[in-house]
Ligand binder design. Structure first.
Ligand SMILES: [Zn+2]
Ligand SMILES: [Zn+2]
Ligand SMILES: [Zn+2]
Length: 126
């Protein structure tokens, strides 16, 4: 992905209008006057590929917004503060506190949790 750069030549992907740069905001004005779009909504709809706008947090399929024409890393502050997802000790599935509210949980689901409990119980009885 090549991030948007206001200093480079701008080509409107809607009508083919070309301008040498957007430093004074002329390209932004073109979008607004000709197409009724803000630069940001134009970039999201026409400049970036959908995968460029995926949230960087592994377990999130949200779409990020832009910051000065460049995609943000995360779709929300909750995604940026989550850190690495947790990994289920039983099946290896990644999960986080949005599905398992307790950070100390070691398993991805109730079924893994109960399997883990019965394994521990079995080991105890040996
Ligand atoms: Zn145009
Ligand atoms: Zn996200
Ligand atoms: Zn699991």
């Amino acid at each position: 992905m090549k991030p948007y750069d206001a200093k480079e030549s701008q080509e409107c992907k809607i009508c083919g209008f070309i301008i040498s740069h957007n430093k004074q905001g002329w390209f932004t004005s073109h979008l607004k006057n000709e197409h009724g779009l803000t630069l940001e909504s134009y970039l999201i709809a026409h400049f970036y590929e959908p995968e460029d706008l995926n949230c960087s947090y592994e377990l999130c399929d949200g779409t990020v917004g832009l910051n000065r024409g460049k995609p943000k890393k995360y779709c929300s502050t909750s995604c940026s503060s989550k850190g690495e997802p947790l990994v289920c000790v039983l099946c290896g599935t990644k999960f986080d506190t949005s599905t398992r509210p307790h950070r100390s949980t070691k398993t991805c689901s109730d079924s893994c949790a109960s399997k883990l409990r019965s394994m521990k119980a079995a080991a105890w009885h040996k």
